[in-house]
Design a binder for this molecule. Sequence first.
Ligand code: NAD
Length: 355
Amino acid sequence: MSLYVCDSYEKLPAILKKEGVSGTRAMVVGDTNTLSLYGEDVANVLASVFTSVHRYAFPAGEEHKNLTSIEELYRALLVASFDRHDVIFALGGGVVGDMAGFAAATYMRGIRYVQLPTTLLAQVDSSIGGKTGVDFEGYKNMVGAFHMPAFIYTVPGTLATLDRVQFSSGMGEVIKSALLGSEDFFEWLLGNIYEIDEREPEVIMEMVRRTASIKERIVKEDPTEKGIRAVLNLGHTLGHAIEKFLEFRLPHGHCVALGCVAAAKISEGRGLLSTEELFEIRDVLVAFDLPILVDGLDKEAVVALTKADKKMQGGQIRFVLLKKIGKAFVAKDVTDAELFDALKFICAEDILVEG
Ligand SMILES: NC(=O)c1ccc[n+]([C@@H]2O[C@H](COP(=O)([O-])OP(=O)(O)OC[C@H]3O[C@@H](n4cnc5c(N)ncnc54)[C@H](O)[C@@H]3O)[C@@H](O)[C@H]2O)c1
């Protein structure tokens, strides 16, 4: 699975050729926003490679990430006479990538697809690694499949149209990746706060490339999450529980940021991180508009949700902690006391009471 970071969609035909991806038909699958923003650019370049180029838009939003939307896409593929030799292009954020990828994994028992991610979260995280799927009965990503894209082609310039909240949510995953995979990259982020905030194209290109390569390296080692890949869940065990407790009112990357602070707090409590490093991590998150405190958390309820998380194995929570900045590991012995202590550290009410 190769990853290309480019300044426009112009090079897509050359990359298709290099990767040996061809076919008669292409389906550019986006959502109502991404297809109207970039669908035409992509369809135009693909017209030089495929005999027919079709477009399909899901309604935008996580609430449409379900099997009904997948069925609609299957119908569009059938109407366009798609067969196993044809190719789907997933043009959008994580929702589009997960759904188009899942349709590709299952239509005619699997056809090829290419990821064209357009949110920061998708460019640095969700487009990489071949996890596809939909939400089911209120559970996120409950139904899905591992299906690797033929390749990933990222144009960071598309981030120019992304709103501030979505951008900062993606920054949660960027900082998470630096924390678990590269101290050097963490320092680089610290040195480029202003440039990233201004979305300077060269700096954004480098940031996307470096973050994506951390995930790519780990996924290559463990494609089906049997071991080391679990470190990518840094900030996610408590993060998911917080996201669920707040009924998805807080963006995913913001919950991950809170989860990272909690994981750093437990790591500090075990003497793995210094207090200075713990506060440095909080400072970086704040610099990128990410929360380090949250109102109205019921700590008992969040711990209960954490235990219900599907990452729990054999009655134990698998919790990702930091050995140091840039190096993560999976701990199976995190106690309830440590969880409560970490949650206290991110609960606004507790911090204010302590003054
Ligand atoms: N497969 C994985 O490994 C993996 C990993 C992390 C997250 N995810 C999934 O990713 C999803 C979240 O992805 P997301 O945060 O990208 O959300 P999203 O796909 O819903 O995109 C957020 C919003 O931004 C809009 N948008 C996308 N690109 C844009 C652009 N360039 N300019 C303007 N608007 C744009 C979209 O239309 C949408 O309204 C969740 O469903 C999550 O489960 C998957």
